[in-house]
Design a protein around this ligand. Structure first.
Ligand code: PMP
Length: 282
């Protein structure tokens, strides 16, 4: 039972959705991904709040209230035989004849599944990754975690094509985020991140990193970051629920800082791992 579809827990292979589902036809839906460590969801309420924000953003009524979502997610987690999980939640505007207009009286499609969580290994973290940069050509509502990820997919593929891990996006000369992550910059010991806006998805990891910086006296600033600051950074990080804190050591073929993961990346990763342990023990 690693899946859930419209009120039923079932093996993923048995979960079937109509080809007229608006998620399939239009990409008309939103999603969330909740990391689970030792069977404990990490920042579940924050993920669910972001899901509710995404639903409101596309004018889709929330099919469950917070307690309902919590219960579904916890039940799904309890059915898995692996302890570290990534729980995917998707809500679409349901099944209806193809027409752009919202269908009336159609229930949303709610789909969830759990798979083993694969985070970056210590070796990968020690090596860091390379990234490329690109103009952020997505729509202007990137704070909605929409399933229509075509722009992100095309942007991310630019990195994959040259064996890199991420595409760092710039809009009007300023950093927005990665194709599937948030981006942090370190210069002269100061951690910097772009401010949450509709031009980026505010990551749950992004929030945790800034909280940890505040709690541990790491100088940090949340403000617009220019392309020049990205290119002249001492350290560049990508953060996400699955990558956690990953140092970018090469951008467009040029070394970032010393060309290896910097001291602040290592420190933040250690703080993050300790924080995770606390959550698992809680
Ligand atoms: N931005 C984008 C575009 C993403 O896809 C992700 C990963 N879901 C993030 C940021 C990071 O979010 P989180 O830390 O919640 O995984």
């Amino acid at each position: 039972m690693n899946g859930y579809l419209n009120g039923q827990f079932l093996p993923l292979a048995e979960a079937k959705v109509s080809v007229l589902d608006r998620g399939f036809v239009f990409g008309d839906g939103v999603y969330e991904l909740v990391p689970v460590y030792s069977n404990k969801p990490f920042r579940l309420d924050e993920h669910l709040h972001r899901l509710q924000g995404s639903l409101a953003g596309i004018r889709l009524d929330d099919p469950h209230m917070l307690p309902g979502w919590r219960e579904l997610v916890l039940r799904l987690i309890g059915m898995q035989d692996f302890a570290d999980q990534s729980v995917y939640i998707q809500v679409t505007r349901g099944v209806a004849p193809r027409d752009h207009a919202f269908p009336k009286g159609v229930p949303p499609t709610v789909f969830m599944f759990a798979q083993p969580l694969v985070t970056s290994s210590p070796e990968q973290k020690a090596a860091g990754v390379c990234a490329v940069s690109a103009v952020d050509n997505r729509w202007l509502r990137c704070n909605i975690k929409a399933i229509s990820l075509l722009a992100n997919i095309l942007l991310r593929q630019q990195a994959v094509d040259v064996d890199c891990a991420e595409t760092v996006m710039l809009r009007d000369g300023f950093l927005t985020e990665g194709a599937a992550s948030n981006i942090f910059v370190v210069k002269d010991g100061v951690l910097r991140a772009p401010p949450p806006s509709s031009l980026m998805l505010t990551g749950i990891t992004y929030d945790v990193v800034l909280e940890l910086a505040a709690a541990h006296g790491i100088p940090h600033e949340v403000r617009a970051i220019s392309e020049a600051e990205v290119r002249n950074a001492d350290e560049l990080w990508m953060t996400s629920s699955t990558k956690e804190i990953m140092a970018i050591v090469k951008l467009d073929g040029a070394p970032v800082g010393a060309g290896m993961p910097g001291p602040l990346a290592r420190k933040m990763d250690a703080l993050y791992q300790t924080f995770k342990q606390q959550v698992m023990r809680a």
